[in-house]
Design a protein around this ligand. Structure first.
Ligand code: URA
Length: 423
């Protein structure tokens, strides 16, 4: 078997065997398969797709390319994942909220490329917060306080690390089987018993259409079944940013507001739904009963207290969250209803302000970002505030920020946040 035969077979749209996929993936990790050969194979997969069997095999091979965390002593552990989008800060809210309902959440999160940071970058905008702890201490923490959020540790799914970095620079990110195997190999390696996945759809997301999002969700659920793990996918809107805050410290502050029951309506609605599925799976109770507990814990302060406990346990100082004091208000030049907010472009502008990275080595400035004063469906008067930007060294063109909003005369409905649920 040679890598050229494998690339040619996929180029001709034929199904690869388990052995052929293993040869390509393991060969790539150990350097026998070169970057240019793997790039060609990934492009052939992106164009011709993969059968379900090929996707199951790829997931299995990637999963076993490194360490697998054993969380059996903490059974049941419920994980969550989001395919990502602008203003998506749900992990910071969900982890303590679900733990406050009595369910173990052992969460490994990443840093971000593009837009704003990942969950780990966001949490590190809390003074002194420690995101790098040993696997033993991680498990111990979950046992004690039911929740931990840490950066990637151990040698989990090295195949995905290497292949994802290559996909990022070869135009092969948006392949549904590649995305599904990438997500599920990591989730399975992190040891959770059930996983709730927020599959984002819209202009600011990887999946641009509902059909693509449904295909991805169906595949994620099927891979879960193969491994005896319950997977629930919520397909949710990413045509406008989630919540009002974009940027690391600003998103932490908004998360605290949600945990205190004072957050924006859209993100509050989403975390209640996601948390209800996590609690229902973790406690084996009905979704209605789980939702009651989730709402109660947002109201009675338990969710916020769990967040405080989490931050303190990981050495963070919740009173030390810095935001920039250089603030510019962008006012509307017209009057009417907000019909669209370009999430992708706002994310890109937030990145230019310093809230995200273009390259892995770039430093994030936690203090900068954007606060939206209007969302889709709202009415805006001329000269009324559309948004604020929090800046340090870099700024962006005010007209470009204004152009992210499409304002029309006719009344507009709010975006439907939760499109469908697949499990
Ligand atoms: N998120 C992942 O973890 N992998 C992908 O391929 C895309 C999004």
């Amino acid at each position: 078997m040679t890598i050229i035969d494998i690339i040619t077979k996929k180029k001709n749209n034929q199904e690869l065997t388990y052995e052929e996929i293993k040869f390509a993936v393991l060969g790539y990790i150990n350097g026998k398969v070169k970057d240019y050969q793997m790039s060609a194979l990934l492009m052939a997969i992106t164009i011709n797709g993969m059968t379900e069997q090929e996707t199951f095999d790829l997931t299995e091979i990637m999963l076993h390319s490194g360490e697998i965390i054993d969380l059996k002593n903490l059974y049941p552990v419920i994980d969550k994942h989001s395919t990502g989008g602008v203003g998506d800060k749900t992990t910071m809210i969900l982890a303590p909220l679900v733990a406050s309902c009595g369910v173990n959440v052992a969460k490994m999160s990443g840093r971000g490329l593009g837009f704003t940071g990942g969950t780990i970058d966001k949490l590190e905008s809390i003074g002194n917060f420690n995101t790098s702890i040993s696997i033993e201490n991680f498990k111990e923490q979950v046992k004690k306080i039911k929740v931990a959020i840490v950066g990637q540790m151990g040698n989990l799914v090295p195949a995905d690390k290497k292949i994802y970095a290559l996909r990022d620079v070869t135009g092969t990110v948006e392949s549904i089987p590649l995305i599904a195997s990438s997500i599920m190999s990591k989730k399975l390696a992190s040891g959770a018993d059930a996983i709730v996945i927020d599959v984002k759809v819209g202009n600011g997301a990887l999946m641009k259409t509902l059909k693509e999002a449904q295909d991805l969700a169906n595949l994620l659920v099927k891979i879960g079944k193969q491994h005896n793990k319950k997977v629930v996918c919520l397909i949710t809107d990413m045509d406008e940013p989630l919540g009002n805050a974009i940027g690391n410290s600003l998103e932490v502050i908004e998360s605290i507001n949600v945990l205190k029951g004072k957050g924006p309506q859209d993100i509050t609605e989403l975390v209640i739904k996601l948390a209800s599925y996590m609690v229902s799976l973790g406690k084996n109770i009905s979704l209605d009963e789980a939702e009651k507990q989730v709402i109660e814990n947002l109201k009675n302060g338990n969710a916020y207290h769990k967040f405080e406990e989490l931050i303190k346990y990981q050495n963070g100082n919740i009173n030390n969250i810095k935001i920039s004091d250089k603030v510019i208000t962008i006012k509307s030049k017209e009057e009417g209803y907000i019909a669209q907010i370009n999430a992708l472009e706002l994310g890109e502008l937030a990145r230019i302000l310093g809230a995200g990275r273009l390259n892995k080595e770039d430093e994030i400035d936690p203090k900068v970002g954007i606060i939206l004063n209007k969302k889709v469906g709202d009415y805006v008067k001329k000269d009324e505030e559309l948004l604020k930007i929090y800046i340090e060294e870099k700024t962006v063109d005010e007209q470009q920020l204004h152009d992210c909003f499409k304002i029309i005369k006719d009344k507009v409905d709010k975006n439907k946040l939760i499109k469908t649920i697949i499990n």
